[in-house]
Every structure is written in structure tokens, then in C-alpha cells.
Design a protein around this ligand. Structure first.
Ligand code: SAM
Length: 315
């Protein structure tokens, strides 16, 4: 499974987790709300690279609150969570497995195409051509895109270092599996008490703790490390009597999760646009019949957040 499909299948609605940072709602929500509010009734909206519909849900709420009867379509290359059932998801047509490079959407063209941290992930030239194709004459594309100097990219680069250390430099998951195997099946208190006299399990415990100690010294405030330790902890506490095979499977899943998270951050930092990248993006948009109406940087007290760009389909 690709890392985005794996992420969305958990039912999370934003790419910043189930509790996104404050700026996410404060800065992004008003932008989308005013974009949807301006639309005439019965307009069609397409949110591209939609994930589980963070932007589409805002459109659906505005449509209901303002009785606009908007048609809302959300398309993404990933396979999305079929089971997502938020208050507004019934108002949205989700199109999973729909890459931007080959948008083929039945049911007519769109007055408004939106992209929140999406278009820049695709093959931009092809993606912009597709957007031009699906837009109505004079239709609008509003995009929020990653800026290479944003606080998001800065944090992502820091987290990537932790993922590299966890997954490549220090064999954390291999050492954890060795420790669990050496501990063997734990059925109760007496098995646990017996462990301190078991040299094989003591040796693996020391080896595992040494690796964790090194990581903690290098990243004393590392959020990735704190998260992984929090997820490992139950194996030695409330889940200590789980069968060994289930514990080992849990470790494999945890490692896979970390690999996926690392890949998503790599995608993000690669997709992010610096000034030169944005100039190129705008040239490609123009080449594909999309006229730039506005290109700004979005910031708040937390720092630089993203690019905001508005295009119009010229005929
Ligand atoms: C950072 S997430 C943003 C998702 C959503 N817009 C949001 O704000 O929650 C990037 C999304 O782009 C999608 N994506 C990446 N490449 C794509 C492509 N070529 N075509 C369509 N979607 C793509 C990924 O599957 C992922 O869901």
C-alpha cells in the first residue's frame, strides 16, 4: 500500500493528523470559506489531491449553511477511507484512485477547483493541463501550496532526521524484536519476575536501552521519538501478556507506519516550492491556459505557512 492510502485509511481528515496545529484552522479555513461563499448557487467544485476531504468538508458545510446546493467532488490518487463518515461526507462525491495527471470526471465541468497541499505533489505540467480541462470557461483554481521556507517544511526536515535515525542509523525495531523474542511468552507475574535472572533477555534489554539512550541524547525533545516510545511502551506494560507473535506483528506494523510517515515527509519536502519553483509553476500554468491573478505568501504569528495562488482559466 502506498503511504498516502495507508494514512487516509485511518479515517483522519487532514494531512496534519487528527489534531492539526492552531494555524491550520485559523489561517486556512477562512480562505476556503470565503472562496465557497462567493460562488453562485448550484456551482460545481472539485477539490484535487483531496485526501479524506479536509477542504471538501468546508465546502459542504458552507453549501448547507448558505443553502447553495453546491456539487462537491473530491479526487485523490490514493485509495481513500470508504468508511469516513463525518457530518458532511454524505454531501461529497469521493473519487479515490484518481491521479491529477489523468483527471477524468463524469458529470460536467467545474466553476471552482481547489487544492490544499496537493497540486505541487503531482507532475505539475500534466496536472495543470488536467485542471484546465475540467474547469469551466472563466473558472477559478485556488491553491495553497507548500513553501520551502515555511515552518511546516522546517519541522518536516527536523522530523525527517529523526525518522532516518530511527529507521536507518539505529536498528531500533530489530533490537526491540530481539528483546521480545528473548523475553519469550509472558503469561503472568511469575514469568515477568523470572526475566531478571534470564541472561539472554537481560543482554537484549541492555542492547535495546543503549540504542534508545543514544537516540534520546541526540533528540532530547524529538517528537517522532516521543511518539514511537509511547507506542512501544504498552508492550512492556498493559500488553505484556499478549502472545509473542502478536507483539512481533505489532512491531512490524509500527515500523511500517514509520516508513510511511518518513515517505510522506519526503514527498512534502520534495514538493515544496521555493521562489524559483513557484516562478516555474506559474509559467507552466500560463502555458496550460491558466492566468495568475494572485500569488502571495501566507503567514501568521507562527511564521511563514504556505503559498496562496489564484488562477483563472482564460479562454
Ligand atoms: C499533503 S496531502 C493533502 C491532502 C488534502 N488536500 C488535505 O489538505 O488534507 C497530499 C495529497 O496529494 C495526493 N497526491 C499525491 N500525488 C498526487 C497525484 N499525482 N494526483 C492526485 N493526488 C496526488 C496524496 O495522495 C495526498 O492525499
Amino acid at each position: 500500500m502506498d503511504p498516502w492510502s495507508a494514512y487516509w485509511k485511518n479515517g483522519i481528515c487532514t494531512s496534519f493528523g487528527s489534531q492539526p496545529p492552531q494555524w491550520y484552522t485559523h489561517a486556512l479555513q477562512p480562505l476556503w470559506e470565503s472562496g465557497f461563499t462567493k460562488l453562485p448557487d448550484h456551482s460545481s467544485i472539485l477539490d484535487v489531491a483531496s485526501g479524506n476531504g479536509a477542504v471538501a468538508q468546508i465546502a459542504a458545510r458552507i453549501s448547507i449553511e448558505q443553502k447553495k446546493q453546491l456539487r462537491i467532488v473530491a479526487a485523490d490518487k490514493a485509495s481513500l477511507a470508504a468508511e469516513i463518515r463525518t457530518e458532511y461526507s454524505g454531501q461529497i462525491e469521493f473519487l479515490p484512485n484518481t491521479p491529477l495527471e489523468k483527471l477524468c470526471i463524469p458529470g460536467g465541468k467545474f466553476a471552482f477547483v481547489t487544492s490544499q497541499f496537493g497540486l505541487e505533489y503531482a507532475k505539475v505540467d500534466l496536472a495543470l493541463g488536467s485542471v484546465h480541462e475540467v474547469l469551466e470557461e472563466n473558472g477559478e483554481l485556488l491553491m495553497v501550496a507548500h513553501h520551502r521556507a515555511s515552518i511546516i517544511c522546517e519541522h518536516s526536515r527536523e522530523e525527517l532526521q529523526q525518522y532516518r535515525a530511527l529507521l536507518s542509523e539505529f536498528p531500533v525495531f530489530a533490537k526491540l524484536a530481539l528483546l521480545l523474542q528473548a523475553m519469550g511468552e509472558i503469561r503472568g507475574r511469575s514469568d515477568l519476575q523470572g526475566l531478571s535472572g534470564n541472561p539472554a533477555s537481560e543482554k537484549q534489554r541492555v542492547a535495546f536501552n543503549r540504542v534508545i539512550g543514544k537516540l534520546l541524547r541526540r533528540y532530547p525533545e524529538g517528537v517522532v521519538l516521543a511518539d514511537v516510545l509511547q507506542r512501544i511502551n504498552p508492550l512492556f506494560k498493559e500488553n505484556v501478556t499478549m502472545p509473542l507473535s502478536a507483539k512481533l506483528q505489532y512491531v512490524r506494523h509500527l515500523e511500517q507506519d514509520m516508513v510511511h510517515a518518513q515517505q510522506r515527509l519526503l514527498d512534502l519536502t520534495t514538493a515544496a516550492l521555493d521562489e524559483k519553483g513557484m516562478q516555474r509553476f506559474l509559467r507552466l500554468a500560463e502555458k496550460n491556459g491558466l492566468e495568475t491573478e494572485m500569488c502571495e505568501k501566507m503567514s501568521d504569528e507562527a511564521g511563514l505557512l504556505a503559498w496562496v495562488v489564484r488562477f483563472r482559466k482564460n479562454n
